[in-house]
Write a protein that binds this ligand. Structure first.
Ligand code: YRO
Length: 308
């Protein structure tokens, strides 16, 4: 079975990645992923310019049908991750970066441009922008201005991580911005912002930061993730590949992401829940579905979702 995909000519022999944030903060965790036969490549925890401890615990909580987190960007800092991805690895790497401001984003990308890293970079557009404005990716003019500034000097392969959109006009608006730039890929979706879980027995929230508000992941966001992969695939230039992230628990969920147009698929909450063996199970389940349908490669059905 051919489960491969390509981004910017880089071959991923296997479609599975981790979702940024899960099992990718330390070099040990990143090595675990790279050493797993069913993992095609890795995405780092989003790196900030300086090391961060993140928010106070509890900051991640598992629910029956997914997860809620407000980690607050714990990471070992840009130098740590650039050193790691600059080493030679048998599989492709994606260096995720997140500034605490647009100015930080620009500085991070200047540093990558000046380095001898030649692999893929992914800018997390959920970074805060101006106080009183939404996160960068929900500020279309801000995103356009930022990408204009970045592509004036950044000549290496670059993609963006997007939060979910919920209105068809918003898909039109973000796609119109992104299509102006030579992006290698879009990774969709980040967690569904600012959910709140209430534990009725204790009459309390379940995570400490932000009064209990946090990003939702896992199966409860699958329909939102599929909608975002599909809507963006219908709008973005063919040269911009899509990494499908969100809600993957079974091989059927992976198949659905590919049908919607995903080139590669990431696993976040379910990797946290199940550990690395999730990739073996998903490979088995996906391969069985493909075999039953007579498909030999992902390209046999990628993007071919039928409408009625
Ligand atoms: O809290 C996080 O570190 C986090 N969690 C997510 O689900 N997605 C993210 O992109 C991040 C890091 C970025 C931010 C939400 C803290 C601005």
């Amino acid at each position: 079975m051919d489960l491969s995909g390509q981004i910017n000519g880089q071959q991923f022999e296997h479609l599975f990645l981790n979702a940024s944030g899960v099992h990718c903060q330390s070099t040990t965790e990143l090595d675990d992923l790279l050493n797993h036969p069913a993992v095609g490549g890795i995405v780092t925890k989003s790196a900030t310019l300086e090391k961060r401890d993140g928010n106070p615990a509890p900051r991640y909580y598992e629910l029956a049908d997914g997860s809620i987190n407000s980690m607050g960007l714990p990471n070992f800092g840009y130098d740590y991750y650039i050193d790691y991805v600059k080493q030679s690895h048998a599989k492709p790497t994606i260096l995720s970066v997140a500034g605490l401001s647009a100015a930080d984003d620009v500085q991070l990308l200047h540093q990558i441009q000046a380095s001898d890293y030649a692999g893929l970079t992914e800018l997390n557009l959920s970074c805060p922008n101006v106080i009183g404005k939404p996160q960068m990716a929900y500020d279309y003019a801000g995103t356009e201005a930022l990408l204009k500034e970045i592509f004036a000097f950044f000549k290496k392969p670059l993609g963006v991580k997007l939060p979910p959109y919920f209105d068809l006009v918003h898909f039109d608006q973000i796609a119109a911005v992104l299509n102006q730039f030579p992006l290698t890929h879009v990774n969709t979706i980040n967690s569904v912002g600012n959910g709140l879980w209430v534990d009725v027995a204790s009459e309390s929230v379940v995570i400490k930061p932000k009064g209990g508000f946090g990003g939702l992941g896992g199966r409860m966001v699958l329909l939102t993730a599929l909608a975002n992969v599909r809507a963006l695939r219908q709008r973005l230039n063919d040269s911009i590949k899509i990494i499908g992230t969100g809600g993957v628990k079974t091989g059927a969920d992976v198949f659905a992401h590919i049908l919607c147009g995903a080139e590669l698929v990431s696993v976040g909450t379910q990797l946290q829940v199940e550990g690395l063996s999730v990739y073996d199970r998903l490979t088995t389940e996906l391969s069985r579905i493909m075999a039953d349908k007579g498909y030999h490669s992902l390209s046999d059905f990628r993007g071919k979702l039928k409408t009625i």
